[in-house]
Design a protein around this ligand. Sequence first.
Ligand code: NDP
Length: 239
Amino acid sequence: MGRNIVVTGGATGIGRAIASTFAAGGDTVVITGRRAEQLRTTAAELGITAHTCDATDPAQIEALLDQLPQDIDVLVNNAGSNTDIGREAPTDLASLAAAWRANLDANLISAVLMTSALRDRLTSGGSVVHIGSIAADKGGTAYAAAKAGLASWNAQLSAELGPHGITANVVAPGYIAATEFFHDSLTDERRDALIAATHTRRPGVPEDVAAAVHYLASPGARQVTGQVLAVNGGEHTTR
Ligand code: NDP
């Protein structure tokens, strides 16, 4: 019988590929996100269900609970964004605080809230997988700090969920092409440099990340928990 899967930010990019991979395997998939039209389109294309929900908003998450199955086998906390991309560096403290909070909300607190909300519905044998980033190892930005926080928090989550037969891991992608993440802000030179820094000399694609998530949620990975699985083509991450 198919499993119940929830993928946040599942309408586009990496989340869409994750949803597609689980659906193709016969699982029942629900995707969430903020843009209703985008969600509708993806859900129709993949033959899955979609609900609008801002993963940073406790009230919207509580409302979402009524729409979700009582038993959830896999939660993928994929929603996230580098909210500084394309913006000027803040020059005043109020703007700096807002920029840091936006990144922490989008990339860390969203996962904490979603996991906490669904905690009691996660089934034994199930999994939580967060999408982190190579940025966590590179450091230096609010986005990087948020993704590093995700891995740090996940270590505790793994210890809490393990006795209940639930694994908790992070997949940390390097540069993944063909998503909305960079908002067209990536210059050709920067893109070439990111690819040159890999051992594989190719950018990752969303399906690379989806395959790693699918593995971590599989019965073959029951003993794999509290880990960060890098999907970055061997990119060198020393600061
Ligand atoms: P996309 O921008 O295509 O995907 C992000 C998705 O998250 C969108 O569907 C967006 O939908 C959703 N989302 C963003 N904020 C929220 C929110 N507050 N509540 C609910 N949904 C939200 O980019 P990617 O597919 O590349 O990104 C997916 C994940 O992968 C992110 O966590 C990102 O940090 C991570 N990542 C990406 C890399 C890359 O190179 N592309 C590299 C490393 C990590 P909507 O706007 O409708 O809410």
